[in-house]
Design a protein around this ligand. Structure first.
Ligand code: E4P
Length: 218
């Protein structure tokens, strides 16, 4: 399983990219709004940092296929690495069909059932994004959704990649990897939580103290 970072905060994207752990970025209208920056501006900056798929979502106010297609073409024109993120609706599927026929990569977002994922894949989606955390929030097993989608895509030999999204903590990451997600898109905070372990911190301190006790600060 590969990692994308799920944020529009360029400082965090730079930090994750410098560690070499991410190979793409996902954004959504809420994440862009959180940064308070113009969409095209922040997306361009992100493409200059990460050399991999960058998902930019159509405006939340655009709900018709025609509008999503026009916006999708504009998003794709920003940079060759752009992926157009489209919500899972009937109009969204129509837009995915047209954009993917034009060779534009798409990421169908807000997936909550295996059938939604299957339809998105058949419409031509490059990626589907099942939202684990938001399912867990309503007491439905989000990881099980990823497992079912992975099983269906494997049985039907579907090349669409599964991006585990709405990842809230490191246990989600491990479970998604085991469930067959191709990618997990994670907030920077979760990357930090995955790096740190109290025994690692204690081990580094012990090595330091043992070394200092014999050799001093040489
Ligand atoms: C994924 O593409 C979404 O941007 C994201 O993972 C949503 O996460 P949330 O449910 O924590 O807002």
């Amino acid at each position: 399983m590969k990692f994308f970072i799920d944020t529009a905060k360029v400082e965090d994207i730079k930090k994750a990219n410098d560690m070499g752990v991410i190979c793409g970025v996902t954004t959504n209208p809420s994440l862009i709004a959180k940064e308070g920056r113009v969409f095209e501006e922040v997306i361009k900056e992100i493409t200059s940092i990460v050399d991999g798929p960058i998902s930019g979502e159509v405006k939340a106010t655009t709900t018709d296929a025609e509008g999503m297609i026009t916006e999708g073409r504009a998003i794709a024109a920003i940079h060759p690495n752009m992926v157009v993120k489209i919500p899972m609706t009937a109009e969204g599927l129509k837009a995915v069909k047209v954009l993917s026929a034009e060779g534009i990569k798409t990421n169908v977002t807000l997936i909550f059932t295996p059938n939604q994922a299957l339809l998105a894949a058949r419409a031509g989606a490059t990626y589907v994004s099942p939202f684990l955390g938001r399912l867990d929030d309503i007491s439905v097993d989000g990881v099980e959704l990823v497992r079912q989608i992975a099983e269906i895509f494997a049985v039907a030999d579907i090349p669409t990649e599964i991006i585990a999204a709405s990842v809230r903590h490191p246990m989600h990451v491990t479970a998604c990897a085991a469930a067959g997600a191709d990618i997990a898109t994670v907030p920077y905070k979760v990357i930090e939580q995955m790096i740190n372990h109290p025994l690692t911190t204690a081990g580094i301190e012990k090595f330091k103290q043992d070394y200092l006790a014999v050799f001093g600060d040489k």
